[in-house]
Design a protein around this ligand. Structure first.
Ligand SMILES: C[S@@+](CC[C@H](N)C(=O)[O-])C[C@H]1O[C@@H](n2cnc3c(N)ncnc32)[C@H](O)[C@@H]1O
Length: 154
């Protein structure tokens, strides 16, 4: 569902498991995180160090990507910029913890947990939903997770 030539944004990329996945398949990836220390060096990965929560402007300006991937990270003030950073026809892949996860441990603060249906609400009207799940996972450890794959309409 992601075009072979698509550029990829990996937001809060961490150790770069998704950045590397896409770079190894020939995509140009931009990996953003405040800490790039665990991000592997790869010629296909552009490294962008940025604190996404300190009130600075969105670090990617008006750049658009063929796909954006965000996992295990939530900072709601970024959502509008994230949705705009995917080009029309491009794909958003988002997976993170949701309410109910507090009974398994962290994250447990409401600010870090999606509300029921929140990813669906987020993309409504602007994206076509390809897949959506909200459920308890058992691997790699018990957790309540919400995930969406959606294509930008316009
Ligand atoms: C749980 S890790 C997830 C990493 C990766 N997405 C994954 O799933 O493997 C969360 C990431 O968010 C990054 N992060 C947390 N707060 C941040 C901030 N204020 N600005 C930028 N990155 C931040 C952390 O450095 C960390 O790499």
């Amino acid at each position: 569902m992601i075009a072979p030539t698509a550029t990829i944004l990996d937001l809060a990329a961490g150790a770069g498991r998704h950045a590397l996945f896409f770079a190894e398949r020939g995509h140009r990836v931009t990996a953003v995180d405040r800490d790039l220390g665990r991000l592997p060096d790869h010629p296909g990965i552009e490294r962008l160090q940025a604190d996404l929560e300190n009130g600075s402007p969105w670090p990617l300006g008006t750049r658009r990507f063929g796909a954006a991937v965000v996992t295990n990270y939530l900072h709601r003030p970024l959502m509008a910029s994230l949705l705009s950073a995917v080009e029309p026809g491009g794909v958003l892949l988002y997976e993170t913890f949701m309410e109910g996860n507090e009974r398994f441990g962290k994250p447990s603060r409401p600010a870090f947990l999606l509300k029921d249906g929140e990813l669906l609400e987020l993309v409504r009207g602007a994206y076509s939903v390809t897949a959506y799940e909200a459920r308890q996972m058992s691997e790699p450890r018990p957790a309540m997770v919400q995930r969406i794959a959606a294509r930008r309409l316009r």
